[in-house]
Ligand binder design. Sequence first.
Ligand code: NAD
Ligand code: UGA
Length: 458
Amino acid sequence: MTNILCIGAGYVGGSTMPIVASHCPQHRFVIVDINEARIAAWQSDKLPIYEPGLDEIVKKTLGKNLFFSTDVNKHISEADIIFVSVNTPTKVFGEGAGRAADLQYWEKTARQILENSTTSKIVVEKSTLPVRTAEAMERILNSNGNGLHFDVLSNPEFLAEGTAVRDMEEPDRVLIGGRTTESGQRAVQTLVELYANWVPRERIITANLWSSELSKLVANAFLAQRISSINSISALCEKTEADVSEVAHAIGLDNRIGKYFLRSSVGFGGSCFKKDILNLVYLCEHYGLPEVARYWDQVVKMNEYQEMRFVSKMVSSMFNTVAGKRIALFGAAFKANTNDTRESPALEVCRALLEERADIVITDPQAMDNARHDLGELAKRVTFEADPYAAAKEAHAIAILTEWTQFKELDYEKIYNSMIKPAFIFDGRNLIDHKKLYQLGFNVYPIGKPALTHLQSH
Ligand code: NAD
Ligand code: UGA
């Protein structure tokens, strides 16, 4: 039996480790966090994150070979392998503020591992980190002077929220980076064996530490770049009566381009795309590559443009003012099937519309609590309404901001009848049947497609 510890019980630690534990009943897994409420929630009936399929897996393993705890020090001392999945947000102070990764939580963990270790260990970077972070971690850990040896591995996580269970059960690949030394390669093999309990060997790839660290940032940058690329084209489509879905379909059939991540939207959100690209930009600047930095920075700028373009379209279509108008926002989560609202375009749209003094109502099947929390003081100016029909009642407009299936299945005739006329719908996810809505009487504004309106233009 191997004692495996995960430090950080957030979206990544909390959703990956129970799945690993379910496939490795021969090992003992502990997940620790300094956040007591989070640790309590993982052991309750209501998990701290909404992730389809995860409840059953946690139930199946909890108390058998999976345990949660706040006693970080004790479990460090008992562990053979330690996964570190603490948060690495964008730095908001000092050098690199607004772009570089804030490594304070990560470094604190490294020191804590050092202080509480009496045996040699494998330490695995699961958090997303700047390339060459493992070097600093190795320096801290191997400064112990008591003969202990730490092998640092990079094993970035590629799961997406909402599909975390499937992504972990059947990953496209598992990436493990390590030193080429004998001890480094032994550590790599130990981790390969752990994953081989359920992942086919050919999907477990190994690389040098720096390639592994960098691949994570690059994977996110490429994914986000595709969205910004198609979103840039959506703006052109709206000027030319081309249809962005038709364009995406046509180009995606080319195997070299591929069909995934070409859904034009109000913008990408989530805790990682923006943070990781900004980190990549910072690294490029740091290594004296300003042209490369500017290239990737544009992916983030295009996303901000897309969000604000959506708001401008709302305001201009509604006769250049939304002040005092009730607007129902359908969705707060940054994507469907999660309660996560970090960097959600829905909240960006909300903030901009509040700035325009609109009267905002938010409805979301899972993310209302997080939305309230993330909006802070602004939440006082927002109505939160669980029932989408009630949210839309007497509203001038609806903005669809998260692609929840529930929003697709609503009775839009009933909704239309309860709204102030002319009734507007801005579909930031191209989720619903636009022609049908138009026939019901709505003025419909999709993304990257001609608007369908009953209004007379002069
Ligand atoms: P999160 O904020 O949800 O969770 C991080 C947890 O670490 C928090 O609960 C926090 O209390 C805990 N923590 C911080 N310092 C600690 C310490 N010293 N000891 C114990 N616990 C500590 O973050 P997340 O979304 O799980 O992301 C974690 C990392 O994984 C980030 O680097 C992120 O970029 C990366 N990542 C995230 C996703 C995702 O879908 N969210 C996917 C892939 C990679
Ligand atoms: C993303 C990556 O997909 C994961 O591989 C990675 O592990 C993770 O970031 C991370 O490092 O945190 P996630 O942010 O959970 O996962 O979700 P995605 O499915 O990538 O969606 C991100 C955003 O892009 C969402 O707001 C989504 O609505 C938007 N999106 C996605 C589009 O607008 N169009 C698309 O075609 C696809």
